[in-house]
Design a protein around this ligand. Structure first.
Ligand code: SF4
Ligand code: SF4
Length: 71
């Protein structure tokens, strides 16, 4: 029997239409993966830095960040 191991990686996603720009997630992210995009006035997650730890989800007062599969 062949057992196939499937691993999924996730990274955080911030819905810019819901975010109130409080900056809490940016402060707490251990990888400095959340940066402010001054051109579009929003926070974005740098996929190359995010390790999917979920800290930003716990510290957001509105539960806005969510983990999504990396595709
Ligand atoms: S999941 Fe972790 S590493 Fe990724 S943006 Fe959130 S706090 Fe940062
Ligand atoms: S903690 Fe939540 S509301 Fe605050 S900047 Fe991050 S995603 Fe936006």
């Amino acid at each position: 029997m062949v057992i196939k191991e499937v691993t999924t990686e996730k990274h955080a996603f911030i819905d810019v239409n819901k975010c109130v720009l409080c900056g809490s997630c940016q402060e707490k992210c251990p990888e400095s993966a959340i940066v402010y995009d001054s051109e579009n006035d929003c926070f974005v997650v740098l996929k190359g830095r995010c390790i999917g730890c979920g800290i930003c989800i716990k510290c957001c007062p509105y539960g806005i960040p969510e983990l999504r599969d990396i595709i």
